[in-house]
Design a binder for this molecule. Sequence first.
Ligand code: MG
Ligand code: MG
Length: 273
Amino acid sequence: MIELKSAEEIRRMAVTGQFVGELLAELSGVAAVGVNLMDIEHHARRRIKERGAQSCYWDYAPSFGRGPFRNVLCLSVNDAVLHGLPHDYVLADGDLLSIDMAVGIDGWVADSALSFVVGTPDPADLKLIEATEVALAAAIAAAQPGGRLGDVSNAIGEVARSYGYGVNGEFGGHGIGRTMHESPHVSNDGRAGRGMRLEPGLTIAIEPWLCQSTDKIMYDRDGWTIRSADGSRTAHSEHTVAITESGPQVLTLRPTSGASSAATSAEKPAATS
Ligand code: MG
Ligand code: MG
């Protein structure tokens, strides 16, 4: 069942989304060459607790994972692309890190992810990251009231192909609101003009992810971390988006500086697109 949210419910999701956006920006400032992934995880745990938010990942136990997830972040390095399990690893120069986070505040959830390189970037990695960001922007632009879900999926697939990357259809975006994963599934490829009608009040997480030279994936022995099947680099970008009468509204916008933000700014009204 798909639950359309009221304007007030979207406003409450935007409060959560602002926190998620600000914390992701802060974490991208914490991540650096020589920093352990667990330090990033513990920084996030502390900030989530301070805010009175609840991690959607903690104790998450889907069919594919091995035991409940006991972290608040997915930290995926280099060939790891989704569900990267935080572990004792010190970031090295040129590592490509994806941070994915979903939390709830007062019962309303937001989910967002970003990818970036610590230290000296390989231009090929920057191109891969850019492709996921351009695909995400195109998909958001396509999330117009009166359109179709296939418009969103198609926008992602078209951008991926224009960059020369393949698309894996096994994991994609999803409805979101009271819980992290709701209907509908938002595929990362599809046909424009097809699929369910995009109605005002629909809230979805859109999350293109790409591997450099394959569209195949493999699972780590930890049962969580998903990697490119050929060991090539990967990237992932995600925002939580509401379809409103006036168009798509990004609920997880990040401060553009990428630097840490003051905790007090979490109380400001959410920005709209
Ligand atoms: Mg996510
Ligand atoms: Mg998601």
